[in-house]
Ligand binder design. Structure first.
Ligand code: NAD
Ligand code: MG
Length: 363
């Protein structure tokens, strides 16, 4: 395994490695944890024709050890989980078996959730194939499915036993999906690592042209940040550090709700949310206007939206943000910046300044 970077998520008995490299999902050496175990693979209909064969070859698996769900968020349901569970029981996977999630965040969340409840919980391995999954959803142990009443309302914390991030898979990812993942990368820089942010400013073009070293670099740095924060706050206790990973997300959720979760990708909504969070932080004097402008400029250069959708007003934001789960005891709490790479969860912000931020953004 040449040039594979290995990072460890430190969670005591639930610690696990993240391996990052090129074409590693096709190498049996990338999967020491699964050696000698009975395996089942879950993937989606887009990823199957692209990357399944190499994985089956590497692990000497056959097609009857694979379950394919239709690609897309619509597969992240209780119903799909039930179908995968039925299949696992029919195929008689025993408790010491191990699932492999090959795909984006939808497959990771669904497979991880199934692994968390199949025979009271079995091991699983993540092979994330989207940038979002490689820097975010495959690490940290949040698994689950959506409900008609909302996203991710049913789920479990269940850590994988390893994560294998293959940067070569990003070559086939639609550009828009890549950029949506990049929004979360920029988020990590803004919330926890000013040097990563600067590195992104200098290396954005290399990332956009899918330079393998640059991709591995951002995946490693983002996973290191997420691993550290998850290590401090595995189960996201209300005001613990894990909440900081939601920088830009309160504004972003308002945009996603306004647009009915169809027009904007999550990462696109987060990108605009990051711009608003930086703007509000600057209006408080917590960061300089120059820093806020750098955030907006990087997000714009990445080809991500920096303003809310047409027709969305400050009033829409206020209504939709009132429903956000970050509201505690009647007071809205937002994640804001005290510096580049230094986020805080705060209810200590001026409503007037929030109104100014929204008024300026919704022109
Ligand atoms: P996704 O899994 O739907 O993948 C996006 C699209 O890309 C899909 O059409 C998929 O089939 C396709 N695809 C995947 N890999 C590909 C590849 N290499 N080449 C070509 N096409 C490919 O979505 P996503 O953006 O990866 O993940 C979003 C999901 O992740 C949401 O359900 C979200 O709730 C969840 N999420 C979970 C966490 C967590 O901590 N568990 C964190 C963030 C997001
Ligand atoms: Mg997100």
């Amino acid at each position: 395994m040449n040039n594979t970077r290995i990072l460890k998520v430190e969670l005591g008995a639930r610690s696990y490695p993240i391996r990052i490299g090129r074409s590693i999902a096709g190498l049996d050496t990338a999967f020491p944890e699964s050696a000698g175990r009975s395996l089942r693979v879950v993937t989606d209909s887009n990823v199957e024709p692209l990357y399944l064969e190499a994985l089956l070859g590497a692990l000497s698996l056959t097609r009857d050890q694979v379950y394919v769900v239709p690609a897309g968020e619509a597969s992240k349901t209780w119903d799909s989980a039930g179908k995968v569970l039925d299949w696992l029981l029919e195929s008689r996977l025993s408790r010491d078996g191990c699932l492999i999630a090959l795909g984006g965040g939808v497959i990771g969340d669904l497979t991880g959730f199934v692994a968390s409840i199949y025979q009271r919980g079995i091991d699983f391995i993540q092979i994330p194939t989207t940038l979002l999954a490689q820097v975010d959803s495959s690490v940290g142990g949040k698994t689950g499915v959506n409900h008609a009443r909302g996203k991710n309302l049913i789920g479990a914390f269940h850590q994988p036993i390893s994560v294998v991030a293959d940067t070569d898979t990003l070559a086939t990812l639609p550009k828009r999906e890549l950029l949506a993942g990049l929004a979360e990368v920029i988020k990590y820089g803004m919330l926890a690592d000013g040097l990563l942010f600067e590195w992104l400013e200098s290396n954005l073009d290399r990332i956009l042209s899918l330079n393998p070293n640059s991709l591995a670099e951002i995946i490693e740095r983002c996973c290191a940040i997420k691993a550290r924060i998850v290590g401090l706050d595995e189960r996201e206790t209300g005001s613990g550090p894990r909440a900081l990973l939601n920088l830009g997300h309160t504004f972003g959720h308002a945009i996603e709700t306004y647009t009915g979760y169809t027009e904007w990708l999550h990462g696109e909504a987060v990108a605009t949310g990051l711009v608003l969070a930086a703007d509000l932080s600057a209006r408080h004097g917590w960061i300089t206007e120059a820093v806020a402008a750098r955030c907006t400029a990087l997000i714009a250069r990445a080809g991500l939206p920096v303003a809310p959708p047409k027709g969305m007003t400050a009033e829409h934001f206020r209504d939709l943000m009132g429903l956000d789960k970050k509201v505690k005891a009647g007071k809205l709490r937002l994640i804001l910046l005290r510096g580049l790479g230094d986020a805080v969860l705060s209810s200590d912000f001026e409503q007037d300044l929030l109104d100014e931020t929204l008024a300026a953004a919704c022109r």
